[in-house]
Write a protein that binds this ligand. Structure first.
Ligand code: FES
Length: 206
């Protein structure tokens, strides 16, 4: 399991994808699919207000140049994450990057709240949350080449994306409905996996 200190230090190689993110993020927000998270400066991090995100709703922001989404998951969605794992390429997230606190089926500090780097691990496109995916359990869809992820950012088998999407380091105050983003690392993409960096996930072709 990768820990924050194990993150690679190379930079994001896909600038066109990053530009695509900024354009598509605007589209998502305009369509009402993701609410912008209210952020304010805080010593040592970035605090975002998640109080306005409804159940099965999603908010979006950016941190250190990376797109971040926060998903408020329903009990139905959480149940699906625990039980529907047979179609996933890496259900235990052994080949993806996340802090140790996310070493659980929900990939989060608090089950209901997913905080995730919204970068598809294939070529770096932003994904879209689709509440109706997987019989209503919800999931993330990448419009660039069609990769599908569950509501914890875990990639399904036989997708272009080689591994699960990544989780930043953060703290969450459930009572105040605030997330404090602490750190985020460059996302490893498919081309980098083919070059020998990182572990081999099921979708890497092995
Ligand atoms: S960039 Fe997401 S499937 Fe290719």
């Amino acid at each position: 399991m990768s820990k924050p200190e194990d993150y690679p230090s190379h930079s994001h190689p896909c600038n066109p994808c990053r530009r695509r993110f900024m354009k598509q993020a605007g589209t998502l927000l305009g369509a009402g699919l993701a609410a912008p998270l209210v952020a304010k400066a805080s010593t040592g991090g970035n605090v975002v207000d998640i109080s306005h995100i409804p159940v099965d709703g999603i908010g979006a922001t950016s941190f250190k140049g990376q797109p971040i989404v926060v998903l408020n998951r329903s009990r139905k969605t959480l149940n699906a994450l625990e039980h529907d794992q047979s179609l996933l390429a890496d259900p235990q997230s052994k080949h993806s990057q996340q802090p140790a606190f996310a070493d659980n089926p929900f990939r989060s500090r608090v089950p209901e709240w997913l905080v995730m780097v919204n970068v598809c691990t294939h070529q770096g496109c932003p994904t879209q949350f689709q509440p109706s995916m997987e019989a209503g359990a919800g999931g993330f869809f990448c419009p660039c080449h069609g990769s599908r992820f569950d509501a914890a950012g875990r990639v399904y088998r036989n997708q272009p994306a080689p591994r699960n999407m990544e989780i930043p380091n953060y703290e969450i105050d459930v009572k105040r409905k605030q997330v404090r983003l602490i750190d985020v690392q460059p996302v490893r993409l498919a081309a980098q996996a083919e070059g020998g960096e990182g572990g081999q996930g099921e979708n890497d072709g092995g």
